[in-house]
Design a protein around this ligand. Structure first.
Ligand SMILES: [Zn+2]
Length: 208
């Protein structure tokens, strides 16, 4: 970038300023560059070819970020559903479809594992998984995403209204994954509605 450009002048000023009273963006650039094996570029304050460096450096950071994301996903004990339905990093398709906040929030909760079902609550008080039973029906089943979406009889009417009959009649983990991975707009909207109204009913029941 030419030395006459305003951004370049700002960069040079911040780079040479001695004050450490605040973190300026040149220090942030230094951190990113040095953390990604390019300390020599920071020291030289120059590269042979700007465009080529930016392209390679961006790709390098993207790849490292993806590796870190995949590692954290694989090592997480709580994100089993998310891991199964989210195989590629990137923008979630459902965000384009669900434009009503309450449905989008409910759907995202179930999809990511950040919800109030017993399977998740039990993690915080060290309840054995086998004892994290559904408290709103008498099936004595663990209240996980599968039970909540496809099995719990408390939501049979909602299920019949919002979920396709072939999913209801084969309530398996594979069916759940297929349902949660479905990209059809109507299927996603209906599933989000089901989750929202079922969570609402569940909360009302448990506060009685
Ligand atoms: Zn139940």
């Amino acid at each position: 970038m030419p030395e006459s450009r305003f951004v370049r002048k700002c960069y040079n000023y911040l780079l040479n300023t001695k004050t450490k009273l605040f973190v300026n963006w040149t220090l942030e650039i230094k951190r990113i560059v040095c953390e990604n094996n390019c300390e020599h570029v920071w020291l030289a304050q120059n590269v042979e070819n700007d465009n080529s460096f930016i392209k390679k450096f961006t790709e390098y950071i993207r790849r490292r970020h993806l590796e870190a994301w995949q590692t954290s996903l694989n090592s997480s004990s709580k994100l089993s559903l998310y891991r199964s339905i989210k195989t590629a990093y990137g923008h979630e398709h459902y965000l384009n479809i669900l434009n009503v906040r309450k449905y989008r929030h409910a759907y995202a909760q179930l999809r990511s594992g950040f919800h109030e079902l017993e399977i998740e609550k039990g993690r915080y008080n060290n309840t054995p998984i086998a004892d994290r039973l559904c408290k709103i029906c008498n099936l004595d089943q663990v209240e996980n995403e599968l039970h909540f979406i496809l099995i719990c009889p408390m939501f049979d009417d909602l299920r019949r209204r919002y979920i396709a009959i072939d999913s209801i009649t084969t309530p398996t983990v594979d069916t759940l994954y297929a349902l949660m991975s479905n990209r059809n707009e109507l299927v996603v909207k209906h599933l989000a509605s089901y989750i929202y109204y079922a969570l609402q009913r569940r909360r009302e029941f448990l506060t009685l």
